[in-house]
Design a protein around this ligand. Sequence first.
Ligand SMILES: O=P(O)(O)OC[C@H]1O[C@H](O)[C@H](O)[C@@H](O)[C@@H]1O
Length: 296
Amino acid sequence: MAATGGAAATSVVVLDRGNNTTCTINLHGATVVSWRVNNQEQLFVSKLASFDGKRSIRGGVSFVFPQYGAWSFGAQHGFARITRWNLERPPERLHNGDVEAIFSLMDNEFTRSMWNYQFRITYRLILREKELHFHIGVYNPSKELSFTFNLLLHTYLKVPDVRRCQITGLHGCTFIDKTRDGAIYQEGREVVAVNEWTDRIYQHTPQEHIVTNVVSGRKMRIHKYNFPDTVIWNPWVDKAREITDFGDDEFPNMLCVEAGHVSSPVILLPGTAFEASQIMQIIIEGNVSRKTKRNR
Ligand SMILES: O=P(O)(O)OC[C@H]1O[C@H](O)[C@H](O)[C@@H](O)[C@@H]1O
C-alpha cells in the first residue's frame, strides 16, 4: 500500500482505498499532491510544479508552519513545506476500510538554523470513501521555552472554472485584504465568488465552508476545527505570470481555500500541545435526492 521512490526528493506515500480512490503524499513537505476519488482528481497541482526536493510543491495541500507569509528568518510560509518529513506510520487499513497514515516532523539542524525551538508535529491523514481527513498535533517538548507559530493547510482545489465557484460561510466576517495593503473590510456577500486577483485572510470564520462547482460540478465541504481563519487566494492573470512555477493559463482551474491559524499566532507553553483538523468531503447530491425520493 505504501510506495516510496528511490531518490530522497521524490519519495511518495500512497493511501489506496480501492475503487480508484487514492491519496498521494510527497514526503517533501508532507505535501498532499493528489486526492483521487473514483479516479477523479480533486486537487490542483501546477504543470510547472517543481519536485526537486528544494522549493515547495506548487499545489495540492501544503503544510505552512511556523510562519504564514513573508518571514525574516527563512522562506515565505516557513520551513515545514520545504523539509523532508518522516513516515511515522505507513498506510494501514482500518476495520471500516478507511486508510490511515501518520507523518511527523521534529526540529533538526535545518529548522533550528531559522527557528531555535524544539517541537514535534504529527500529521495524520485518513482517506475515506468521499473524504480526506487531516489531523494535526504540534507539541512543545521544552521544559522552559514557549513558542508562537502560524499554521495553515494551503489547499489548492481543482476546479473547471474558478469564476463559477461560490464559497459559503464568509458573510459578515472581517477580512485582511492582502491585495490592498492589508486593509480590513467586512464581507457583505452571502456567498463569495472570485473574479479577480484575490488574497484575503477571513477571520473568525465558521467551522464549515461549502465550495460549489468543483470537479464535475460537485460541491466540496470543508470542515475545520481550531482553525479560526480562512484564506482565499487566486493569483489571476498578472500575478500568475510572476509565479515561475505556475502556468500563465492555470489560474481559472484552481481555487485556494486555506484553513489556518494565521491572523493571530498560536502560543504554545512548555509541555503542551495544539491540535487542529480539517475534513474535506465531496457532496454527492445524487445520494441525497435518491434518499428523498425513497422517503416520498
Ligand atoms: O507562492 P507561495 O509562497 O506558495 O504563496 C502563495 C500564496 O499563499 C497564500 O495564499 C497567501 O495568502 C498569498 O499571499 C500567497 O501568494
